[in-house]
Design a protein around this ligand. Structure first.
Ligand code: PEP
Ligand code: MG
Length: 585
């Protein structure tokens, strides 16, 4: 029976704002499947690929099931279905058939899955039973999940999304988020993913309202149903009634007005009440962010996440390709300083082209990630360093190293930069000088060693997202512990304060480029802790500038001191909110 009643779901808000639009449900279907022959010596390898994909899909299904269990309604249907999928992945006719096709017909695993699905579906159809017809769909669904896991590289799941739609999906990876355009996607809701995961950061950067952690997300919702996403409250409403719709439409137009007002601050200098300049810079995820950066009034790029160059592609970019991409960006930014962070993949940020170089890890966030990977795979790092050095001849550039945990790593990186310079020299490319080299302070060991690191760094950039994750031992991308993730935890604030002080003592610039830099409630506190450079999503910059212009540094210092005397997170949050509520907007 068709149910048209309003239907609400609750998750966690990961990107603020309200989106209203037709539902576009992303299913794991429609994946284009490559087919090729394999030599008999590769059969073993192909079977291994298949089993790797099975393990991956099983893990994903287990995650979704765990989420589904905490649902108020529709949970049984969903868990039953997920259990059925799981059953099809171990010793089933599907898996056995695929193994046989790979071994006998010697074709790649994706093609073998496709063939076996076809055979099973034909068998079900011949029995002419509606129950079995539904089972045939389930087999197809499981097969498609396997194919997608095997392909690793993401096809564009949004290619057919209608203009202004709200995407509903089990999971949106950072690579998926990079494919979304705000004109086309009004908002999204997912089952998996925490507020500080990279997909969430991208959604905020793109200004796309989003929520995650919604169980039974698509239960009772059809593609095309009107959906409202409230990215602040973490709410999803399907088929809203007239009163609800009216309320949220007003909310959207109020937000538009507020954005227009804040945009007026673009050319206003970021100067405190007592006349101190604060450097407000932008974080960039994708080259297309340049327009938003120029509109925001940012004075530089405090963080360019270079991961975009490695995402959604089957092969790695070489030095030349990276150089041209960076040079183009530098030219578009017209003289602004660009802080280029070297590749930070691994953990939750995956680049399929790196494939086995990164590999599976029991603890990806603690594994082969960022500069650890770069130093283990020097070719990867060297190509990027050479590209950055060449790009630095066209403008003001700084090099930023992610996930630094020791002084020795900075020595090793500097040695590789000098080597890259010599190699370029031999190729006839003569640099005028080397760009400043800085470390991300985002691991507690780096923060605690800030004095020593300051001696081997030209600048610091505090990554409060990871610093929070590693200090509190909370996975930033896991919605189940999201309520424990708090960058205003006194332990995290102490490490930020300690790092800022070490930077002052060594007379090197210290920036903060984690998400709290763009949280206007935190501005006075961060200035009070000694920070004078903040780098954030360009969309958040005007609101932060508004705060800067209303703060006097001595008051900020006094406020920070009061906060640092507190040990209770709730009390700290209340103080930040109360202070923020008292400023003029
Ligand atoms: C951080 O960790 O705070 C940071 C800015 O880097 P990322 O979010 O890319 O890990
Ligand atoms: Mg980080």
């Amino acid at each position: 029976m068709k149910n048209d009643a309003e239907h609400k779901g609750i998750g966690i808000g990961i990107a603020p704002g309200v989106a209203i639009g037709p539902a576009f449900i992303i299913e794991q279907s429609g994946v284009p499947v490559p087919e090729y022959d394999i030599p008999s010596v590769q059969v073993e390898k192909e079977l291994k690929r298949l089993h790797g994909a099975i393990a991956k899909v099983q893990k994903h299904l287990a995650q979704v099931r765990q989420k589904a269990e905490s649902l108020p309604a529709g949970a049984e249907d969903m868990t039953l279905l997920l259990d059925a999928y799981k059953g099809m992945l171990s010793g089933s006719r599907l898996v056995r058939g695929v193994e046989e096709i790979i071994a006998k017909q010697r074709v790649n695993a994706e093609a073998a899955i496709q063939k076996q699905i076809g055979a099973l579906k034909a068998g079900f159809a011949a029995m002419n039973d509606p129950y079995l017809a539904a089972r045939a769909d389930d087999v197809g669904e499981v097969g498609n999940r396997l194919i997608r896991a095997l392909l690793q590289q993401n096809y564009n799941p949004f290619a057919d999304a209608p203009e202004g739609c709200v995407i509903l999906a089990e999971e949106i990876t950072p690579a998926d988020a990079a494919l979304m355009s705000p004109g086309r996607v009004a908002g999204f809701a997912t089952v998996l993913g925490g507020a500080e995961g990279h997909a969430a950061i991208m959604a905020r950067a793109l200004g796309i309202p989003a929520i995650s952690g919604v169980g039974a997300l698509t239960h009772g919702i059809r593609t095309g149903d009107t959906i409202i996403i409230d990215g602040r409250k973490g709410e999803i409403i399907a088929r809203p009634d007239a009163v609800t719709l009216q309320h949220y439409r007003q909310e959207v137009s109020r937000k538009k007005q507020e954005d227009r007002r804040l945009k007026g601050l673009r050319d206003v200098p970021a100067v405190t009440v007592d006349g101190k300049d604060i450097s407000l810079q932008a974080n960039m995820e994708l080259p297309r962010d340049v327009d938003a950066v120029l509109e925001s009034g940012a004075v530089g790029i405090g963080l360019l996440r270079t991961e975009f160059m490695f995402m959604n592609r089957p092969s790695l970019p070489d030095e030349d390709e990276q150089y041209h991409a960076l040079r183009k960006m530098i030219e578009k930014l017209g003289g602004m300083q660009l802080t280029i962070r070297t590749l930070d993949v691994g953990g939750e940020k995956l680049a399929s082209a790196l494939g086995e170089a990164v590999g599976e890890s029991a603890n990806p966030a603690l594994g082969l990630r960022a500069i650890r990977l770069g130093l283990k795979q020097p070719k990867l790092l060297d190509a990027q360093l050479s590209a950055i050095l060449r790009a630095s001849m066209h403008g003001s550039v700084r090099i930023l190293i992610p996930m630094v945990s020791s002084v020795a790593q900075m020595h090793a990186v500097r040695a590789r930069i000098l080597q890259a310079e010599r190699r370029l020299h031999r190729r006839g490319i003569k640099l005028k000088g080397l760009p400043p080299l800085g470390a991300m302070i985002e691991i507690p060991s780096a923060a605690l060693m800030a004095d020593a690191l300051a001696k081997v760094c030209d600048f610091f950039s505090i990554g409060s997202n990871d610093l929070t994750q590693y200090t509190l031992a909370i996975d930033r991308g896991d919605e189940r512990v999201a309520e424990l993730y708090n960058p205003f935890h006194p332990a995290v604030l102490r490490l930020i304060q300690f790092t800022a002080a070490a930077g002052w003592r060594a007379n090197i610039p210290v920036s903060l480029c984690g998400e709290i830099a763009g949280d206007a409630r935190a501005t006075a506190l961060l200035l009070g802790l000694g920070l004078r450079e903040l780098s954030m999503s360009p969309l958040r910059l005007p609101a932060v500038k508004n705060e800067v212009t209303q703060v006097a540094l001595p008051h900020a210092a006094e406020f920070a001191e009061r906060i640092m005397n507190k040990t209770d997170e709730v009390e700290i949050m209340t103080m930040l909110k109360e202070r923020f509520a008292g400023t003029k907007r």
